[in-house]
Ligand binder design. Structure first.
Ligand SMILES: *[C@@H]1O[C@H](CO)[C@@H](O)[C@H](O)[C@H]1NC(C)=O
Ligand SMILES: *[C@@H]1O[C@H](CO)[C@@H](O)[C@H](O)[C@H]1NC(C)=O
Ligand SMILES: *[C@@H]1O[C@H](CO)[C@@H](O)[C@H](O)[C@H]1NC(C)=O
Ligand SMILES: *[C@@H]1O[C@H](CO)[C@@H](O)[C@H](O)[C@H]1NC(C)=O
Length: 890
């Protein structure tokens, strides 16, 4: 058997692109087409299957290729796969004529020795070579005897990251010949539910795409399948070469009803955080641009083109400046300037005038930019609640001024001092990318390579779009002390719109009952704290009942993230620290079978049972139809003392009069759409208005219809602040800046004494410092109920800071008032006594009744007895009820 001549095959992720000479079969030179369909040079690749299982962004991909040697002599068969640079290979097996040669992950040094030994004995081996922008190539070739069959199976795993609002999975397709059974199959399972799913291929016509590609999603599951027939693979009718050559890209996103999602399995948790609807934090950007001689020509033209587009997208609240460096450093303006239309026009003229010249002084260029940002902040040139970033673009290595990379790195780190992130863009390949990468990483940013190509300007713009919209800064994810171990990175300088923060870790006590996490950060206008509480037992039970594709996916996801972050930190570590980080990353790579830069995959002969036995069992197949509870949330708010004034239900107004230890109530019956003034205080500036909605019965019949508050507007003109609440969402405005939250959020928003606390699916508490507190209660019904609808209740818990001039249907009662009730007698309904009330110089007939207070218990409420004033509160309220109708919510 052909394989007998290699004792050991090593597949190493070798850094750089060291090319090993593969002994190619000489007959390859003849390259004549066989009469047999799909047979090239004697080798028939009869099946290629790419199977992807994604669970909670964690992708597990298996590429299987089967071939048979139809020639009458031994032939070399090669297997090429391009996989994302961010993926880790986790398994590789070769099966020749039914004999399986399993792969095993070994420490690189050990693997390298075996590899060198194998090479010195004249045997062949595989390697992974860097290629393309996002992918790297895995290649292995083996000699196969005449008539023998070979199967290659490669497995790799990757955590899909969210960019610009979606997760992307790249599959590079290049079968080189027609394949009888060619198939891509992706099954996606997302506990939050899938909101969009798409798949496209760069290489096929719409006709083929339509008939060979199917994609569908529903609820938590999504599926993409691409199965082109032999004829559909042909580059032209009757051709025998394949048109399958290029990228196959699957993109999707998940439902964002809730800003965060926590999943816990077997003592490991993952926490995804991606709030939406927040206003963008204004930013100060310094562009530090290399204009040295090497940028001459297309590179500089593309850079200018991208900068002009970026200027178009700048928001007026932003601040900017350009620092140009060659041998010297020049700046557009002495200080940062606001992105007003006039300044943008001037910046455009400046960008157009940029010329290339001279050498490359990265050090001075960067330091100038950093110091300018620091000064702008110290001298309050830029708004306090804004964020700063430095974006540096270069195409070469420093060659003038301070040119030692270590020294530049040290200077930059000291100058920035953790205040803001640095993003480095490396244009082309003629530079020390590792230096740019490690400098950006240690300053909370990242590096990106810009490939010299016709789309370089688009790559630059694309990068800018990713960082253009920070929604939160200083994000910290906090868990109860002593409850969590082995946490991955939990502080992030920015949360950018369209991205996602992912934190994973381990529970100290696997039997803990509830898990609580807080994500705190600064928004454009206010400070925000999102709270997540999960009933661990309930979630674990729900997850374990499901037959997952990989039951330990959270543990693997945690290991992947941890290794990735250790490797990142390792880049800037020295001495003992570096050794320690290396040791930790290596331990985890070996434990979880990840081929990382520290390890290699070693394929051994099946006789080596020791290795084979050491391999972990692969978990069961099949994507489970799992149902994860929408996490059990625990109650966290108890309003103080019973509210004094409120309106709830079919709008029932209740006025508590503590002095009398009694309450008065009345109803207002108005047409749906009417807006009523509840509170107006000309001194403190507060107004609260509510809009009437009707239930699903005929709303024109005022006898039978029931009406409720369906929209509330809480505003303070002096603070330039508004909140609109509906049973669907909560929208906050600070001036023109808008934030939107859903009733699925548990979040606290704070800003100069104002605090808005949303308690998921229950209520919202709005406090304006001490002395003004309102609670809005959400009443939700079954969506398909024939009659009932969702509505809101409004409670005034504290009003002591409001002025004596406060008015409105509720507000007029905020100041002490008096009433007397006499002549209590039974009425037509013996359970409802009637009486005479004297109030505000009126004598009214009132009926004893009861209403409910839902401020503490939204389901059952608490009964409150009150004297009911008939006819829309006539006689009790000042004027008549129609005096309280206003045209708009605000
Ligand atoms: C393909 O081959 C068939 C059979 O040899 C022939 O009849 C047909 O014309 C060919 N089509 C093209 C487009 O060459
Ligand atoms: C690395 O250092 C930490 C503490 O600094 C220590 O607890 C840990 O055991 C070290 N890890 C290794 C693998 O040496
Ligand atoms: C590697 O793949 C082979 C073939 O599918 C399988 O038998 C083996 O268990 C896998 N090893 C690991 C560590 O998953
Ligand atoms: C209620 O009765 C008390 C005692 O008779 C009296 O002092 C008070 O003025 C009355 N209040 C009103 C609103 O009539």
């Amino acid at each position: 058997m052909a394989s007998a001549w290699w004792p050991c095959l090593i597949l190493a992720l070798l850094s750089g692109s060291v090319a090993f000479g593969f002994p190619r079969s000489p007959s390859r030179l003849l390259e004549k087409r066989s009469l047999l369909e799909g047979v090239v040079d004697g080798i028939e690749v009869y099946s290629t299957k790419i199977s992807c299982k994604v669970t909670s962004r964690f992708a597990h991909n298996v590429v299987t290729t089967r071939a048979v040697n139809r020639a009458d002599a031994a032939k070399e068969v090669s297997f090429d796969v391009e996989l994302p640079k961010t993926a880790f290979i986790t398994n590789f097996t070769l099966t020749i004529d039914g004999v399986t040669y399993p792969g095993n992950v070994k420490e690189k040094e050990v693997a390298k020795k075996q590899y060198e030994k194998a090479v010195s004995q004249g045997q062949t081996a595989g390697l992974v070579k860097a290629s393309g922008r996002k992918l790297e190539k895995f290649t292995v070739s083996v000699n196969v005897a005449a008539g023998s069959k070979v199967t290659f199976e490669l497995t790799y795993e990757e955590l899909l990251k969210r960019h610009k609002g979606k997760y992307e999975m790249y599959l590079k397709i290049q079968p080189k010949q027609l394949v009888k059974h060619f198939e891509i199959e992706a099954d996606i399972f997302e506990p939050q539910g899938i909101s969009t799913l798409d798949a496209e291929a760069s290489f096929i016509t719409n006709d083929v795409l339509n008939s060979a590609l199917t994609k569908s999603f529903s609820g938590k599951k999504g599926r993409v399948s691409f199965k082109p027939s032999l004829d559909q693979q042909r580059s032209c009718p009757n051709c025998t070469d394949s048109l399958l050559k290029g990228d196959f890209i699957i993109t999707y996103d998940v439902n964002r009803a809730s800003p965060a999602n926590v999943q816990i399995v077997n003592g490991y948790f993952v926490h995804f955080f991606a709030p939406q609807g927040l206003p963008v934090v204004p930013k100060s950007v310094v562009f530090v641009i290399d204009v040295s001689g090497s940028m001459h020509g297309r590179k500089l033209d593309q850079t200018k083109d991208a900068l002009l587009k970026i200027l178009e997208d700048m928001k007026q609240e932003d601040y900017l400046n350009f620092i140009l460096f060659s041998g010297d450093v020049t700046t557009w303006k002495d200080n940062l300037v606001q992105a007003t239309p006039e300044n943008i026009q001037e910046a455009r003229t400046f960008v157009n005038s940029i010329r290339d010249q001279g050498m490359t002084n990265i050090n001075d260029g960067l330091l100038r930019g950093i110091n300018m940002l620091k000064k702008a902040r110290e001298e309050n040139i830029v708004p306090e609640r804004s964020t700063s970033i430095v974006i540096m673009l270069t195409d070469g290595d420093a060659n003038v001024g301070e040119s030692r990379p270590e020294k530049i790195q040290e200077n930059v780190k000291n100058a920035i001092g953790g205040r803001f992130p640095l993003y480095n863009l490396g244009f082309g390949h003629n530079l020390n990318y590792n230096f740019l990468d490690s400098m950006a990483l240690e300053n909370n940013g990242f590096a990106r390579r810009i490939y010299e190509d016709s789309d370089a300007n688009l790559q630059l713009q694309g990068f800018y779009e990713e960082v253009a919209n920070p929604l939160m800064t200083g994000v910290e994810v906090k868990y109860p002390e002593n409850a969590i171990l082995d946490l991955t990175q939990n502080t992030y300088p920015h949360y950018y719109d369209g991205s996602e923060i992912v934190v994973a870790g381990r529970l100290v006590d696997e039997d803990m009952n509830n898990f609580k996490a807080n994500v705190a950060g600064h928004g454009a206008i206010n400070d925000l704290t999102f709270t997540e509480e999960v009933d661990v037992k309930e979630m674990e039970k729900a997850l374990q009942e499901q037959d997952y594709i990989f039951g330990n996916y959270i543990e693997r996801l945690w290991a992947y993230l941890t290794i990735e972050q250790l490797l990142g930190k390792r880049k800037n570590a020295h001495g003992d620290e570096k050794e320690n980080l290396t040791a930790q990353a290596l331990d985890l790579s070996l434990k979880y079978h990840f081929v990382t830069p520290l390890t290699s995959m070693v394929v051994t002969k099946p006789e080596d049972h020791e290795n084979k036995m050491a391999l972990a069992n692969k978990p069961g197949e099949g994507l489970a139809d799992a149902v994860i509870p929408s996490t059990a949330y625990l109650n966290s708010y108890n309003p103080p003392s019973p509210p004094s004034y409120y309106v709830d239900g079919d709008p029932h107004f209740i006025i508590n009069v503590p002095e009398k230890d009694d309450a008065i109530c009345f109803n207002i019956d108005e047409d749906p759409g009417t807006v009523l003034r509840l509170i107006q205080d000309p001194i403190t500036g507060f107004t609260v208005n509510g809009q009437i909605i009707s239930d699903k019965r005929d709303s024109s019949n005022s006898e039978t219809r029931k009406t409720y508050f369906g929209k509330l507007g809480i505003a303070n003109a002096q603070m330039d602040f508004r909140i609109e609440v509906t049973p669907e969402k909560i929208t906050l405005w600070n001036g023109a800046a808008q934030s939107t939250f859903s009733w699925l959020d548990t979040v606290t928003v704070t800003q100069n004494g104002l605090s808005v606390m949303i308690n998921r699916k229950k209520n919202m508490v709005v406090s304006f410092g001490d002395g003004v507190t309102f609670v809005v209660v959400l009443h939700q019904v079954w969506k398909k109920h024939p009659v009932h609808i969702d509505f809101l209740g409004f409670y005034v818990v504290d009003s002591h800071r409001m002025s004596a001039q406060t008015h409105g249907l509720l507000g007029q009662f905020f100041h002490p008032f008096d009433f007397n009730v006499s002549d209590i007698h039974s009425g037509s309904d013996p359970t409802k006594p009637q009486a005479t009330m004297v109030v505000k110089n009126h004598q009214l007939t009132v009926t004893r009744g009861s209403q409910k207070d839902y401020s503490k218990d939204v389901r059952d409420g608490t009964k409150v007895s009150c004297w009911f004033v008939h006819n829309n509160g006539q006689g009790l309220i000042d004027g008549v009820h129609s005096d309280y109708i206003v045209p708009d919510l605000f």
